[in-house]
Design a protein around this ligand. Structure first.
Ligand code: PMP
Length: 294
């Protein structure tokens, strides 16, 4: 990914893509003092840019560091990168981390860096698969408790269990993994939130140990706008067999149908399809954003 043309915004400057480098003794690399965002560009504009920029700042604060740019400055830098890339539809990755001045667990004086890259990324899962439904393997890794890890931060360190879960799932022929939490409750996929449908109502786990995704909130708004009942509650793994439709939401995944969790199969139905279409209409400016407000 490092060997391509283009520019990356790096600590306030646009640098050639290949020159956006860090030292190997970077604290963020050794001790995971690093937070990031994932954003999507539709028709040249970042969807929910303010929400993402504010979450990035908050994620850093949760890890105990202050990004030396305000959310408004991060927004401007992001828009500059998207413009420099001439991007119409794509993905943006802001990342902030502790630098390499001190080496050791304590690194109070280390400089906080920020970089923002943007690239073309059409679909997280192929369009056919998104309609048909992807398969999820239940991971052996659990989402940690909020007093065990900084679960409200989009912290790079939390993605260690996501990568292990996703690789295990892929190696066993699944597209993604479903992670349970430390209590054994249904939590989320490796990069997206989960929704489950039963008797015309939409159920989704209470986000008390994983990200309350920006897409999750948007889709809850879209669902209520359509008059669907949305219930946020604790969902046990034993209940998975009781649902008829399942879908994921996330900036990258957008709204993606799930066709199988372990041995249980689901058929993408009316609710999943309606929300896929509504989300597509919203991000492409065919539905007023106000309509999606909760
Ligand atoms: N959970 C995880 C682990 C994620 O990586 C993401 C993607 N950021 C989400 C949920 C969904 O968050 P959002 O809708 O804000 O992209």
């Amino acid at each position: 990914f490092h060997d391509r043309d283009g520019v990356i915004w790096f600590d306030g400057e646009m640098v050639p893509w290949r020159d956006a480098k860090i030292h190997v003794l970077t604290h963020g690399l050794h001790y995971a003092s690093c937070v990031f965002e994932g954003e999507r560009v539709y028709n040249g504009k970042v969807f929910k840019l303010t929400e993402h920029s504010e979450r990035l700042v908050r994620s850093g604060e949760i890890l105990g560091f202050r990004i030396p740019y305000s959310a408004a400055e991060i927004e401007k830098a992001t828009n500059d990168v998207v413009k420099a890339a001439g991007m119409v539809n794509g993905y943006v990755r802001p990342v902030a981390w502790r630098g390499s001045e001190m080496m050791g667990v304590s690194a109070q004086a280390n400089k906080i860096h920020l970089a923002i890259a943007a690239w073309e990324w059409p679909s997280y899962f192929s369009p056919e698969l998104r309609m048909k439904g992807i398969s999820l393997q239940i991971s052996k890794w659990r989402r940690p408790a909020p007093d065990t890890a900084p679960t409200a931060s989009k912290a790079a360190g939390l993605y260690m269990i996501c990568t292990m879960s996703k690789h295990a799932a892929e190696n066993d022929g699944f597209q993604d993994a479903l992670m349970l939490d430390y209590r054994g409750l249904v939590a989320e996929a490796t990069g997206a939130n989960i929704f489950l449908v039963k008797d015309g109502a939409i159920h989704t786990p209470t986000p008390d140990c994983f990200l309350d995704g920006i897409t999750r909130r948007t889709v809850i708004g879209l669902a209520r706008r359509r008059g669907y009942q949305v219930v946020e509650r604790a969902i046990s793994a034993d209940e998975l067999k009781d649902f008829t439709e399942v879908f994921l939401t996330g900036t990258a995944a957008e709204v993606t149908a799930v066709g199988r969790i372990g041995d249980i199969t689901y058929t993408p139905g009316e609710i999943t399809k309606a929300l896929m279409l509504d989300y597509d209409a919203l991000v492409n400016g065919r539905l007023a954003d106000a309509a999606a407000a909760e």
